[in-house]
Design a protein around this ligand. Structure first.
Ligand code: PHE
Length: 337
């Protein structure tokens, strides 16, 4: 009898559970009507008189420790179940790490949006380009320095990484009939040493408009519209004569300094102007190369670097930041759209 008390006491000591149903089963098995401990109480009658006192004491201790165990385990189980299901709505929300758009993508989208408002479509082409589309069709003479190994990454004699997205416009002109009104955004490559001011790749958006009676004035007005939409109503433009093999006449477009608004500062080197793109009337030779009759059609073209526009909009002076993927830099564009 005494042995049994000891055995059951051990079982009680060893029992542990976090499940309410298991704890209840334990209670029934030991303290219920037919439970092991209850049955021991019934066998009290059979205990010899001289042992009754000791037996009674031990049995009471066993019963108390079993019911105490049940109470403690039940309380713990209820507490942890509550913890799981109760949501504290007053807690600060966990910050979710949303990605941000790259500044080059943001500016590219803005440029596309502005030109699509005035009827320009978007065309794309290959980054590995042949000599014809990148140079020859665009009226680059055989010996033109831009074909030189110093500017161009050649893959072989015929193929190179495109140096501008004008190559896409040749493809459009070859495949479509005027009127043509399109912009070609994309990555371009030039063999330059990487520094704060130059990189071996960057991004461009070039534009092309071909129709009957397209004039230099049309181009100027379109580019003024773009500049104001991009930099604000106060922005002014000026055109300086320039040279490109594929346009005649050619010009360089300056915008009034976005920092000092034309008064003169160290960003615009006290000139009040910042260069943002090249442009001009498409050379008749280029139209002919693409099977468009220059006697019937004329057109203008322009091209700008996206990094350059981003530099002016965000006042970021080091070009390398755009391709290094430093999160401390990229996270600053969270609020841009
Ligand atoms: N393709 C020229 C460049 O990459 C830009 C340009 C385009 C200039 C169209 C004039 C007309 O620099």
């Amino acid at each position: 009898m005494f042995d049994q008390i000891d055995i059951i006491q051990q079982e009680v000591n060893q029992f542990s559970s976090k499940e309410l149903s298991e704890i209840e089963n334990f209670r029934i098995a030991y303290l219920g009507k037919k439970g092991k401990i209850t049955l021991l109480f019934q066998s009290f009658r059979e205990v010899p008189v001289e042992h009754k006192k000791e037996f009674g004491q031990k049995l009471n201790i066993l019963k108390n420790s079993a019911s105490e165990k049940v109470n403690i385990l039940k309380a713990e189980a209820v507490k942890s179940a509550n913890k799981k299901s109760v949501i504290d709505y007053s807690l600060t929300a966990q910050p979710t790490n949303l990605g941000t758009r790259h500044p080059i993508s943001i500016i590219k989208e803005q440029i596309i949006n502005i030109f699509s408002q005035i009827g320009f479509s978007v065309s794309e082409g290959p980054e590995i380009e042949d000599d014809w589309h990148n140079f020859t069709a665009l009226n680059f003479p055989e010996e033109h320095p831009a074909r030189d190994m110093q500017d161009t990454f050649f893959i072989n004699k015929e193929m190179a990484l495109r140096t501008h997205t004008s190559s896409v416009q040749v493809r459009v002109m070859e495949n479509e009939k005027p009127p043509i009104r399109t912009i070609s955004p994309g990555r371009v490559y030039r063999n330059e040493a990487i520094s704060a001011r130059a990189h071996c790749f960057f991004h461009q958006v070039e534009g092309l408009y071909i129709d009957k009676d397209v004039s230099f004035a049309d181009m100027k007005q379109t580019l003024l519209f773009f500049t104001k939409a991009m930099f604000g109503e106060h922005a002014k433009i000026r055109l300086r004569p320039s040279y490109f093999p594929f346009t005649e006449p050619s010009a360089e477009l300056d915008v009034s300094c976005t920092i000092c608004k034309g008064k003169g500062c160290n960003v615009c080197k006290y000139s009040g102007w910042l260069e943002i793109m090249g442009c001009g009337m498409v050379d008749p030779n280029v139209l002919e190369n693409c099977n468009i009759d220059p006697k019937t059609y004329s057109g203008y073209a322009f091209g700008m670097g996206i990094e350059r526009i981003a530099q002016l909009k965000y006042e970021v002076n080091d070009l390398r930041l755009y391709s290094e993927n430093d999160l401390r830099f990229l996270r600053q564009f969270k609020s841009a759209y």
